[in-house]
Design a protein around this ligand. Sequence first.
Ligand SMILES: NC(=O)c1ccc[n+]([C@@H]2O[C@H](COP(=O)([O-])OP(=O)(O)OC[C@H]3O[C@@H](n4cnc5c(N)ncnc54)[C@H](O)[C@@H]3O)[C@@H](O)[C@H]2O)c1
Ligand SMILES: [Zn+2]
Ligand SMILES: [Zn+2]
Length: 411
Amino acid sequence: MTATRAAVLVESGRPAPYAASRPLEIAELRLDPPGHGELLVRIGAAGLCHSDLSVINGSRPRPLPMALGHEAAGEVVETGPGTEFAPGDHVVLAFVPACGHCERCVAGRPALCGPGAQANGAGTLLGGGRRFRAPDGTRPHHHLGVSAFSEYTVVSSRSAVRIDRDLPFDVAALFGCAVLTGAGAALHSAAVSPGDTVAVFGLGGVGLSAVLAAKAAGASTVLAVDVVASKRDLAGRLGARPVAGGPDAVEAIRDLTSGGAEKVIDTTGVVAVLEQAYAATRPGGTTVTVGLPAPGAPLTLPALSLVAEERTLRGSYLGSCVPRRDVPASSPCTATAPFPWTPSSAAACPSTRSTRASTASTPARPSASSSPSPERTASGEDVSGEELLEVGLEGLVAGAQIGARPVGGQQ
Ligand SMILES: NC(=O)c1ccc[n+]([C@@H]2O[C@H](COP(=O)([O-])OP(=O)(O)OC[C@H]3O[C@@H](n4cnc5c(N)ncnc54)[C@H](O)[C@@H]3O)[C@@H](O)[C@H]2O)c1
Ligand SMILES: [Zn+2]
Ligand SMILES: [Zn+2]
């Protein structure tokens, strides 16, 4: 049994501000040892995703009490039998455990794993059951198989992806949800290609990841839409063109793209914004929706336009990613595939890392001299691929209000 402190949601739907209604309680819990195919993980860092807030406000109903948090990275401290992990491994935890055997897993779509979805809905681990114990004997539920707002957690090894030990936990944590979801929406679901015009609605962790991936995929224009000016400013620093959110955004995008963007991604979770995203897509284009509105919220679209304008409207869960393929491929220096963070050359990685270390609180400054394939930011500065990576990750960590934060105080 391992003792752990965890943030447990006991009741959803308490009124904001949460600083007053305090829906989460820090509980002293115990964890059963990892069972077959399971891992005990010390959480190194966890991010706050809007989907955590949706459980807290009740728009994503989940069984309670639940130890929340689903975007994390950490270190394996103990393994149950039947895993390919070892103590000391660093892992990212993905929020859909993939059984590897069901029809959808076999078809290469682990984000839609049937047993994974069933376990997530029931608040259990993939193998069934719960590993947390409260002092009163009750067993808090697991959030999406991860429960990251805890010093320690037990997960199915099918939720874990081994990563390079050099990748800082606060960066790695973002790959568990925001990066896979946002970058996957751009690269897999929207299939952004060189020269595409792209618009992204919503600039939280998911939307900023979509912006960065669209840039990395060679989009000619990336329009970044949000109602919050500071988020638009950050997207501008990442090379996007800011557009103010609201009903006028559609007209602004049409003007800037000669009639609508080819690929439009909505990450707001607001149905009215999805309708705007559809309207801002040009005929023949693709609208991708990533946001998770309340389950009963209806969507109204001009149905004829789907046919007569050959439009595509696609949903995207976990960015249609394969975490075991895409997380390592996304990590600096571990990959050859440009998904989406691969620096412009592998040789650039060590210097990229040392830049990170020396600029922990200050985003890297662009420098044309080390820029083999310069990009131009909204402020007119040249940024190389590796610097885009650098600024992007710093921006995601620092600016997206997802704020991946160290848990437990030790690396
Ligand atoms: N599909 C998936 O697999 C998946 C995974 C993770 C998160 N999500 C969902 O994706 C959404 C985004 O998650 P996040 O953590 O980035 O959220 P977030 O709250 O950090 O970001 C949402 C952004 O939308 C902006 N916004 C709100 N109203 C707007 C408007 N009218 N016009 C323009 N922008 C507006 C907000 O200002 C905010 O910056 C949430 O709905 C979340 O539940 C889906
Ligand atoms: Zn999430
Ligand atoms: Zn499966």
